[in-house]
Design a protein around this ligand. Sequence first.
Ligand code: ATP
Ligand code: MG
Length: 173
Amino acid sequence: IHANIIPFLKYIFQLQEFYAEEKCINMSFFSDNLSYELDFDPEKTAAVVGNLLNNAIKYTSEGGNVQMKVMARSDSLYLEVCDDGIGIPSEKMERIFDRFYQVDDKNTRKAGGAGIGLALTRELVNLMNGTISVKSIAGEETVFTVQLPVRHEFKKAEFNLHKQTLESETNDT
Ligand code: ATP
Ligand code: MG
């Protein structure tokens, strides 16, 4: 579809806030623009973002922070999901995208799951001709970055992320 991807991403983000609330995790959504009109695959994009946010919430303990950042550079859209949770040990990093792989740690086991989320996520990103990368410090933070090619060229020199107000926050008050 051709649409503004920002409200779409916010909606996917808000669906995950429900799980975050149970764990008292702070969720924030940042974007360097209010509107990015572009062609994207809604099903694949929703699954990718949903999986990454689900992991970020799952592997972050109570009171932690999960952030989603959206930014555009030249001919790519970047979606970043950051958390300050348990992190991924560097020696396990290259295996996390493998099917059925879970970091062998008691926290991971406790969290459940099948270990297919990231394998599926990478497959979907590949189908969209994008790339996915991860940076993590064990015990501190994890950042997944998804790069998606877009046909339109974004000419943005300034890099300014603005916190977006989510509908649910405004409704709460
Ligand atoms: P599933 O997604 O099938 O429910 P899962 O979350 O365990 O299960 P993946 O999403 O594929 O499986 O993730 C693989 C492993 O990578 C996880 O088990 C976990 O050890 C590690 N991992 C993924 N995301 C994070 C994160 N944000 N922080 C820390 N570890 C992570
Ligand atoms: Mg998962």
